[in-house]
Design a protein around this ligand. Structure first.
Ligand SMILES: [Zn+2]
Ligand SMILES: [Zn+2]
Length: 331
């Protein structure tokens, strides 16, 4: 068993705060320091992005229908894709949820919020259950829209629509593109996330996602269908920029599965004697305070536009001042 006091503290109400402050990726810090960049690089790839790259590639190589089949948008193969995606979601999301929230393998160690959502009935959710509502939204709206966007892009590729290039034609460009897939995701996500935090869209669309103040893996894709549409539209960039369908699949999996780590609700996940950092604190703070960390530090828009919360008391104070200023009547 590991000891959470090595990396953080708990307040009187039982909330866990990691000692380390969040930071933006070192390439955005001036002066540019090569050693810091080299030290950060493994965190960019491991373990998540390598995993999503592998799953995107595996889906493309083994699980996609033939080119001829995908040329027409017929329901048969699209339904099959939906089923494959649903099974994958149940495995990936289910495994994270089961281990941490059903089996409670590490009990409450490293958990930011001391409460497990299943232990409380919350009236705002369907049948009072955060898990049930979130799982239903994920599978029936989330995976459906995920699949429709995937079918659209793959069908476009099958029909030669888009700027598709073969790996042999320009391997250096395609490798470079694959390397920046998470950056594209972050830029896209930040833009749509700011949009749905505008008053009307927040009230009618994004507030569904924010019902999970204390998120668990099932909260990741608990969204209004309009948000699912905007969120998974990140794959459509690959119809615009020169790309390869395997990289488009990687982009889709960064969106589809990449949402899990940020919603684990734990600062560290125990796997045997190893502690894995899901990088969840940044987005946990967004769920807790709404007005901070619309993106993460990979492309630090929040840092540039003044909504970055790095977990420090100073950032907390700055946030309170911003909110207060907003409430003051305009003169
Ligand atoms: Zn979220
Ligand atoms: Zn939000």
């Amino acid at each position: 068993m590991t000891d959470e006091t090595d990396i953080g503290t708990r307040d009187r109400r039982g909330y866990f705060t990691p000692n380390a402050r969040l930071d933006i990726a070192p390439m955005w810090r001036w002066p540019w320091r090569l050693p810091a960049f080299v030290a950060w690089l493994p965190h960019y790839f491991l373990p998540w992005n390598v995993l999503f790259m592998a799953s995107g590639l595996a889906f493309w190589v083994w699980l996609m229908p033939s080119t001829e089949t995908m040329q027409s948008l017929s329901p048969g193969w699209i339904a099959r894709l939906w089923l494959i995606n649903t099974v994958a979601v149940l495995i990936f999301y289910g495994a994270a949820e089961y281990r941490l929230y059903v089996q409670r393998a590490q009990e409450g160690r490293y958990k930011y919020n001391p409460v497990f959502p299943a232990d409380r009935k919350i009236k705002a959710f369907f049948k009072g259950s955060q898990n049930l509502e979130n799982a239903l939204l994920t599978v029936f709206s989330g995976v459906t829209i995920w699949t429709l966007i995937q079918a659209l892009v793959l069908s476009a590729w099958s029909n030669g629509i888009g700027n598709w290039i073969a790996f042999a034609d320009n391997p250096i460009y395609l490798i470079a593109l694959a390397l920046i897939v998470p950056v594209i995701h972050q830029a896209h996500f930040y833009a749509i996330h700011r949009l749905i935090h505008t008053r009307w869209l927040y009230k009618h669309v994004h507030s569904i996602h924010h019902k999970s103040i204390n998120p668990s893996p099932w909260s990741s894709l608990a969204m209004h269908p309009a948000e699912h549409l905007l969120y998974f539209a990140s794959m459509l960039w690959h119809l615009v920029i020169p790309s390869h369908p395997a990289i488009a699949m990687y982009q889709l999996h960064v969106a589809g599965f990449g949402a899990i780590p940020g919603h684990t609700g734990f600062d560290r996940v125990e796997v045997g004697d190893t502690l894995i950092d899901p990088h969840a604190y940044n987005h946990y703070l967004h769920h807790r305070y709404f007005e901070v960390n619309y993106g993460d530090g990979l492309v630090p828009f929040d840092y540039w536009f003044g909504t970055y919360h790095d977990g420090s008391p100073e950032a907390e104070e700055a946030m309170k001042k911003r909110l207060q200023a907003r409430r003051m009547p305009q003169t």
